[in-house]
Design a protein around this ligand. Structure first.
Ligand SMILES: NC(=O)c1ccc[n+]([C@@H]2O[C@H](COP(=O)([O-])OP(=O)(O)OC[C@H]3O[C@@H](n4cnc5c(N)ncnc54)[C@H](OP(=O)(O)O)[C@@H]3O)[C@@H](O)[C@H]2O)c1
Length: 220
């Protein structure tokens, strides 16, 4: 497959925060992937010395070794501060976004900063019985589509980039087939009622979680 038909994203974990560590983690990633550039490189979590990481990433971006740089799991306050004190505005903020955690206010704030939201867990990783949800199921039936397709279409209509994960070829094909239908206002209004206003996984503001993530060593 030609390289320019692939879009490869990597994320920098907390143990590699800092200027020198970021450069060496980036080199290691390219070596492991056997690539000479990345399409997108993200700071995985807003913890540790990520300001120095960002400066290293700005250089890698300037050298053309990565086509775009961004962040993940940054709440608007951390995102705005990073933007104010650096040169390059993150292209992406990859955050949990799905029908049960819709991130409406965050999406608006991130958009105002000129940053694109990208949804992780667009299907909530199946939590809350997403694939058996009655509201999503009835919308899907009305369009002869699957619940997964309705969720992805809803994200796209909101201007949110989605990166659904599947290990099944037929589902990957299904997840791409969302360009031939449109959700109505009434349908998006009824999906809005599913929002719980909080994460299905954990809060990045939870002190115990900050401690746990900050001491976790990943082999990446
Ligand atoms: N930045 C972060 O902190 C962060 C955190 C978590 C995840 N992510 C990223 O987010 C991306 C999305 O993955 P995710 O793990 O969050 O999960 P997800 O996309 O919300 O859900 C994946 C689950 O949905 C199933 N699935 C996929 N398509 C389906 C379909 N059409 N019908 C029925 N089931 C379907 C998959 O099963 P099968 O695979 O068996 O098909 C899998 O169990 C990944 O690239 C991941 O690396 C980022």
């Amino acid at each position: 497959m030609p390289r320019d038909e692939l879009f490869v994203t990597r994320k920098l974990w907390i143990q590699d925060a800092g200027y020198e560590k970021t450069k060496s983690a980036f080199d290691k990633s390219l070596e492991r992937l056997q690539l000479d550039y990345l399409d997108l490189y993200l700071i995985h979590q807003p913890f540790g010395d990520y300001y120095d990481s960002w400066r290293a990433m700005e250089e890698l971006y300037g050298q053309g070794r990565v086509r775009a740089i961004g962040v993940s799991n940054f709440a608007p306050d951390r995102l705005i501060d990073l933007i104010l004190h650096n040169e390059v505005v993150p292209a992406i903020d990859q955050i949990e976004t799905n029908p049960f955690c819709q991130q409406v206010e965050t999406a608006e704030l991130v958009k105002q900063e000129g940053v694109q939201i990208e949804s992780w867990a667009p299907f909530a990783e199946g939590k809350n019985d997403l694939f058996g949800n009655e509201i999503l199921g009835s919308i899907a039936a009305g369009h002869s589509k699957s619940i997964g397709q309705v969720v992805l279409r809803w994200l796209i209509q909101r201007g949110v980039v989605a990166i659904p994960k599947s290990v099944h070829k037929e589902r990957i094909v299904e997840n791409f087939s969302i360009w031939d239908f449109e959700l109505t206002q009434a349908e998006t209004d009824s999906i809005a009622t599913l929002d719980t206003g909080c994460s299905l996984f954990f809060s990045h503001q939870d002190p115990a979680m900050v401690r746990s993530l900050g001491t976790r060593i990943l082999d990446i």
